[in-house]
Write a protein that binds this ligand. Structure first.
Ligand code: ZN
Length: 163
């Protein structure tokens, strides 16, 4: 069961597992915005498992609930080339580009890998985007809340701006 996390300005900041949400509530780092119908037994009291929480003090949350894999990178980038913005299809030529090339120590991380069409990937080769004259389209490199739209909890919808 997943919990939508809002930052202190009520903007979606990520999705985390319910255990982590209980921990944030327990440490007084978040408030419950929408409770779920589920409870968890604690030692001294029971806790409501939330559907939506809001962080009190900081806007960053880790996205450990998303598996780092090719498909999720495509989903994060909405199947668009992050250089030329061309809409790509899973069935057609679609590639992952390392922003800092692997040959220069670039890692397989959310921040260093983006969806790319064949043309842009070829143009970029072993260069950095600057060297290749390519600009990355705006938008998060972190996996964000729209990844698991299929498993979207209806209670989350009013907090999620329409993309
Ligand atoms: Zn492209």
């Amino acid at each position: 069961m997943n919990v939508l996390v809002l930052n202190s300005s009520y903007m979606p900041a990520g999705v985390i597992g319910w255990r982590k949400s209980i921990k944030l509530l327990f440490m007084n780092k978040a408030d419950i915005i929408e409770p779920s119908e589920y409870m968890i037994k604690g030692i001294n009291r029971d806790y409501v498992i939330p559907d939506v929480i809001r962080l009190k003090y900081y806007n960053r949350v880790s996205y450990t609930s998303y598996k780092y894999c090719r498909t999720n990178i495509y989903k994060r980038d909405r199947y668009r080339c992050r250089y030329c913005n061309k809409l790509l299809k899973l069935t057609g030529p679609i590639t992952i580009d390392h922003i800092v090339p692997k040959s220069r120590g670039g890692k397989d991380t959310w921040e260093n890998t983006i969806t790319s069409c064949m043309e842009c990937n070829h143009k970029k080769g072993d260069l950095t985007p600057e060297e290749a004259g390519l600009v990355i389209t705006p938008g998060s490199l972190k996996p964000t809340y729209f990844i698991n739209l299929a498993t979207l909890n209806p209670k989350w919808i009013k907090y999620i701006p329409i993309a």
